[in-house]
Design a binder for this molecule. Sequence first.
Ligand code: ADP
Ligand code: PEP
Ligand code: MN
Length: 536
Amino acid sequence: MKEVGVRNPAFGAETFGLSGLKALYWNQTEPALYEYALTRGEAQLAANGPLVADTGSHTGRTPKDKFVVRNADTEDQVWWDNNQAMSPEHFEVLLEDFREHAKGLELFAQDLHGGAEKAYQLPVRVYTEYAWHSLFIRNLLLRPDREELAGFAPDMTIIDLPSFRADPKRHGCRTETVIACDLTRKIVLIGGTSYAGEMKKSVFTFLNYLLPPQGVMSMHCSANEGDAGDTAIFFGLSGTGKTTLSADPQRTLIGDDEHGWGKTGVFNFEGGCYAKTIKLSETSEPEIYSTTQRFGTVLENVVLDEDRIPDFNDGSKTENTRAAYPIHFISNASKTGTAPQPKTIIMLTADAFGVMPPIAKLTPAQAMYHFLSGYTAKVAGTEKGVTEPQATFSTCFGAPFIPRHPSEYGNLLRDLIAEHNVECWLVNTGWTGGAYGVGNRMPIKETRSLLHSALDGSLKSAEFRTDANFGFAVPVEVPGVDTSILNPRETWTDKQAYDQQAAKLVQMFIDNFQAFEDHVDGDVRQAAPSMQAAAE
Ligand SMILES: Nc1ncnc2c1ncn2[C@@H]1O[C@H](COP(=O)(O)OP(=O)(O)O)[C@@H](O)[C@H]1O
Ligand SMILES: C=C(OP(=O)(O)O)C(=O)O
Ligand SMILES: [Mn+2]
């Protein structure tokens, strides 16, 4: 077997049961990975230097094809209502079949870390079939120094073979696509999908399993820090603005997607970002835009014109076009990936019903309520004629990535908010002036202004009204922000339609929260929107 590159002599591929490979390229850097990806026909070079790859039929994650091995170790730890079980026997066959499939292939291996805080760092080895996937994961995770590679001891291993086809009967899965997680031996098998985001979200899933028992809260959030060491974290489901809003020229970027929060403060799990590029505008998102104009960035499913210039308005392959880049491509990014204890929590939602205000102050109980609810709304997407938005409730703002029961994360968060006296806000980056189809998306400029006044403390002294539906406090006037957008009802021409839409949304919250009623204290139950409406 041909081997190229540096690795720990004590940890070769045979320690993972891999043999008979055609070649194995260890810890290759950007120029080499570009060359492999281009000569192997995996990708294209774009104007100004990004590497552009298509993911084929899977242009997003497939959570329905994700499985967790159910064994004596995980039986009592994993929340099985939310995680699909795979038997140890099926996993064993799948692992053997992955090893068999790898024979004769050229593979790429990266030795990386998950977790910027040394005490909680998870050494991850990622074997990929594609060179561009090797570059992707090298961009997204933390890179050890070159000298460390010869002593690198992998703890978690991911093997990512898009050309593998799973067999539901033989492997106990659903389709030809599989993301199988053995939390005990720390192995992930990814097959039948080329969507690179599966790899980074697998590492996230493992840290979400490993950290809470160590007293560390793990979170689907972005984070940034002001000059005064004031850390803010931004929870939110996909598309709500974690990546966009955390890249802020006035604040240091800690990370755009996954963090831990423990005794020493907040730390990024990753070393890179994964930004959406659909309709990416140089004017409203200059920091992110600039990462798409240089060597080293991976662009996923982005269409190039005849001059190889990316057309970010072209969503013909998918609306989920992406740029993956190391965090230092953002000029004011943190070098350590760590930040002091948070002062502010922002919960982001993209309410496509146009009901929620652009910002609201949450009590700690309301914050717990909204954290466990994990609400956002998805717009109809690309299907013509479909205008009804869809509500999504994804607990802890990240149900597909949490192996444990939401109360484990909820309890950690509740205690941290109390201990550090953290202020919580809900921010709607979704629709204003009507629901999707009638109104418009909240202007990024207004969201940023509101965030700045929340983060610099000035918003606290504003005058507040109590929202009739949700019971949270909504500022009436904010300097520098168009007053008319602060009260969503006033932005609708048909007030009755607003009230009806609001009542529907409140009912969805109530129905969804039933699953959590027995797991929370009375004050959190009281924070439900129903209570407020009843008190009217
Ligand atoms: N007011 C707004 N706040 C945040 N993002 C907005 C807003 N209006 C439009 N957007 C767009 O919505 C998307 C937010 O996505 P992103 O930041 O990647 O979310 P996440 O990281 O939470 O998945 C971006 O494409 C951004 O340009
Ligand atoms: C990487 C992802 O996260 P987000 O959309 O939250 O950026 C994803 O959902 O695939
Ligand atoms: Mn993101």
